[in-house]
Design a protein around this ligand. Structure first.
Ligand SMILES: C[S@@+](CC[C@H](N)C(=O)[O-])C[C@H]1O[C@@H](n2cnc3c(N)ncnc32)[C@H](O)[C@@H]1O
Length: 426
């Protein structure tokens, strides 16, 4: 008989193939829904040690759960006698299994077999039973996702029911792939919604598209390409503030500006450097906190693409629908209110300042500019012109641009944004 003193505790068996990616998806959902992090913030830690394909799968499962959360929870609640707590592990695991079976094309037996090990010591039987019941009932997800209540209310209150309904449609459809073109070089075929833009129809991996190796373009949503266009063709020095990972820096450099790109995040600036290398464009890069840094003198133009709640990019980052609460919006608005006057003082007389946020919250857009203009006599709106925008999008009466989820729906939509061009008195 073996000596009990020599026995070591039983090690858990290694996960079967397919399970580590689902475990990582569970960690990502936990990070977003219980700790309020963005998926991107949690991705590296949650997927440590996974092959790139499993990392991609974990990300895809978590993102799809977040797009479909309300509908998945409705199904789970329909099949449980006692409602599972919102943060119960069994609910998280069921969401992961169901979204794969109902939305991602995973055969149901594989979806449940790879999800059950995540329950660990929890109610496996319950999870198995609920999943089996729903599969036997032949349930499906609705054609268009239901937005989380809070996000729906904010959209409907600020912009109307139609816009909230358009957002629910937009989140269900894969967003298009938009490329911003360097001034020359090969590019894939597609729809051109503005000069220097292509909306690609192919679903080939990005590095295999024509012109990638030559650095002839970079991926950037059509809406995100408009702020740098508002600065105009190169005419001196421009400060690109909050620049990383650099879509707008590349645009400004390729338009002929002498660009200084400033951002607080070293890791995001590393991506900006890679983007400059790949495209052969150049800019001075400064890693600094804009609440402390200042340039040596005034410049011809400033672009402030301010940090924000990012609620406008909910199609690619569905975590914002769940984690952005009034407190996050208020914190971001406070930061923007501190950054905007600093950016403004670095514009030379007669120069331009473009302020942009990829947010759908008026506190981060219209309200910032109303307050700034009330407090700064030397600036006025230089109205955005119709011809600077894609067909179907117009500036508002004030001369600024508010992009909402119901715009360009026929062409695949675009990210939500606010932007305005201000000119300093000469
Ligand atoms: C909307 S993103 C910028 C996207 C970028 N303009 C582009 O086109 O790729 C906002 C950026 O603000 C940066 N940021 C946040 N707070 C900052 C601060 N106090 N000083 C400088 N950069 C800051 C973040 O690191 C982030 O890269």
């Amino acid at each position: 008989m073996p000596d009990p003193a020599n026995r070591s505790p039983r090690r858990p068996l290694p996960d079967a193939p397919g399970v580590p990616a689902r475990r990582a998806a569970l960690r990502l959902l936990d990070a977003v829904l219980r700790r309020g992090l963005a998926i991107e913030q949690a991705l590296d830690k949650a997927t440590t040690g996974l092959a790139p394909s499993d990392r991609g799968l974990a990300h895809a499962i978590a993102a799809e759960v977040l797009r479909r959360l309300a509908d998945l929870d409705g199904l789970i609640d329909s099949a449980t006698r006692n409602r599972l707590a919102d943060d119960a592990k069994a609910r998280f695991v069921l969401r992961i299994a169901l979204v794969q079976a109902l939305q991602l094309g995973t055969p149901p037996h594989a979806a449940i077999a790879t999800a059950l090990p995540l329950v660990d010591g929890g109610p496996r039987k319950l999870v198995h039973g609920v999943f089996g019941t729903l599969m036997r009932q032949g349930v499906t997800l609705p054609e268009h996702a239901s937005l989380p209540d809070e996000a729906h209310m904010r959209l409907a209150t600020n912009w109307g029911d139609d816009v909230a309904a358009a957002a629910a449609i937009a989140i269900t459809q894969p967003p298009p792939l938009d490329l911003t073109l360097r001034s020359d070089g090969p590019a894939p075929e597609g729809d051109v919604l503005l000069p220097g833009h292509v909306r690609v129809r192919s679903d080939m991996p990005v590095p295999q598209l024509t012109g990638y190796a030559e650095g002839a373009w970079w991926v950037q949503d059509l809406a995100a390409s408009i702020p740098a266009r508002l600065i105009g063709p190169g005419a001196g020095r421009v400060l690109d503030l909050c620049a990383a990972p650099g879509g707008k820096t590349l645009q400004l450099a390729s338009a002929g500006w002498d660009v200084t790109a400033v951002d607080i995040s070293e890791s995001r600036l590393a991506r900006l450097r890679e983007n400059l290398d790949r495209t052969g464009l150049s800019a001075q890069i400064v890693a600094a906190d804009l609440l402390k840094w200042q340039p040596e003198g005034a410049v011809d133009a400033v672009l402030l693409d301010a940090p924000c709640s990012a609620t406008g990019i909910f199609r690619r980052h569905p975590d914002v629908l769940h984690r952005v609460r009034p407190r996050v919006i208020a914190e971001m608005a406070e930061l923007q209110a501190a950054l905007l006057p600093r950016a403004a003082q670095w514009v030379r007389p007669g120069g331009v300042l473009v302020y942009a946020t990829c947010s759908l919250e008026p506190e981060e857009g219209e309200a910032q500019i109303d307050r700034f203009l009330a407090e700064h006599d030397g600036f006025a709106i230089d109205a955005i012109r119709r011809e600077e925008l894609p067909d179907g999008i117009s500036p508002n009466a004030q001369g600024w641009l508010r992009i909402l989820p119901d715009m360009l729906g026929r062409h695949g939509g675009l990210d939500g944004f606010f932007m305005v061009r201000l000119r300093r008195a000469g």
